[in-house]
Design a protein around this ligand. Structure first.
Ligand SMILES: Cc1ncc(COP(=O)(O)O)c(C=O)c1O
Length: 356
């Protein structure tokens, strides 16, 4: 595939919408910033790249992505630090993960300069859309879809790589109650659980809806073969503090390699915590709860950073966990990452990518 540098043609909006609302308080995911980035792939190469005012996609009802699911995405955030500078958190990791998804879904890889050019130019134009509050950020959604207008199962010849963004406050502010799911599955070995393919999320909605009807906000997915080992929860990786050891399911092709997971583990290691990345059985969690050593359970992900788990349901039993105030690790790492992104904490890991 040719990767010559593409110029990004920029058409600015005639009138910004940023002052039509309070970006620190808009509902998440519904209000989009002024501009979007689009790159078009055809004849075996990325041939056009442009930024223009946010708009809808004109499309054919035969659009390949709608029928055969060649659709992948990333989720990342831009933060405004205490001095008003805008930075991204570990965007290189999102870039690599996007291309891992692209390869698995038989889609073209996005060249590095296109990915970073898109983010830099968009954020320069839309920097006023980045919320300023303690937990505020601009959520950025890079995604790629197949765009052939043809019925027939095969890789598309044409694609669009698009980046849109929307202001975000804190995602899950309250601790969550999660239900262990051992009937439906999220991912199988040899499947696509380790990438961000749109279909992974569609398939999760029905089991999650059933869990919600039982009073939980999310499910904990278990392994497809035996339903005895926990894997992930919603759009989060899982961690448990049992005794004084942080235990998290080891990465595999059924688990997404979360950037927050990796960051939390790096900070925990730096702080001298014992860490175990390995299989965790439901029985081990139940046992630890019985013994009173299940001190913390939480999810990690870009959306919430840390989502404290207040209760874990298993069939008809509910295991209540210690209150967040009693937790030694997860609130501390949450605050550390928040301060790092706001420029209050020294960026000793070199994770912040400055834009403007
Ligand atoms: C299935 C799944 N697991 C885990 C995560 C957490 O990944 P990250 O920390 O990179 O946001 C996400 C969110 O992207 C996800 O969709």
């Amino acid at each position: 595939m040719e990767t010559e540098t593409l110029d990004i043609k920029i058409t600015k909006t005639a009138k910004s919408r940023v002052h039509d609302q309070d970006v620190n308080n808009v509902p998440f995911g519904k209000v989009f910033s002024d501009h979007m980035f689009v790159a078009e792939f055809e004849n075996g190469k990325w041939s056009k790249a442009y930024i223009e005012p946010y708009r809808e996609i004109p499309m054919s009802y035969a659009l390949a992505a709608l029928h055969y699911g060649q659709a992948i995405f990333e989720g990342m955030k831009a933060y405004k630090d205490v001095n008003g500078h805008v930075s991204l958190f570990r965007p290189q990791n999102n870039f690599h993960r996007l291309n891992k998804s692209a390869i698995r879904m038989a889609m073209p890889e996005v060249p590095e300069e296109l990915f970073f050019g898109a983010l830099t130019e968009l954020l320069k134009l839309d920097s006023e859309w980045v919320p300023t509050g303690d937990t505020g950020s601009l959520y950025i959604r890079p995604f790629m879809i197949s765009t052939d207008e043809a019925i027939g199962v095969r890789p598309s010849d044409t694609y669009k790589f698009i980046v849109i963004s929307c202001p975000a406050g804190k995602y899950y502010s309250e601790p969550v109650r999660v239900l262990i799911e051992h009937n439906y599955i999220r991912a199988v070995h040899g499947g696509v659980g380790f990438v961000k393919a749109a279909g992974n999320y569609g398939r999760s909605l029905y089991p999650t809806k059933l869990a919600m009807e039982k009073g939980f906000q999310q499910v904990i997915w278990t392994d497809a073969e035996t339903h005895t080992f926990v894997e992930e929860s919603g759009t989060m990786n899982l961690m448990f503090l049992i005794g004084d050891t942080i235990i998290t399911p080891a990465l595999s092709d059924t688990i997404l390699d979360g950037i927050t997971r990796n960051s939390v583990l790096a900070v925990a290691k730096d702080w001298g915590y014992k860490i175990e990345e390995r299989k965790i059985s439901i029985a081990e969690i139940v046992e630890a709860h019985k013994k009173g050593t299940l001190n913390e359970a939480f999810g990690t992900g870009t959306a919430a950073t840390i989502a404290h788990i207040s209760a874990i349901g298993l069939d008809d039993v509910v295991m209540e966990l210690p209150s967040v105030e009693k937790r030694a690790f997860s609130p501390k790492v949450d605050e550390y990452l928040r301060n790092l992104r706001k420029g209050i904490e020294n960026d000793k890991f070199g994770w912040m990518y400055k834009i403007c």
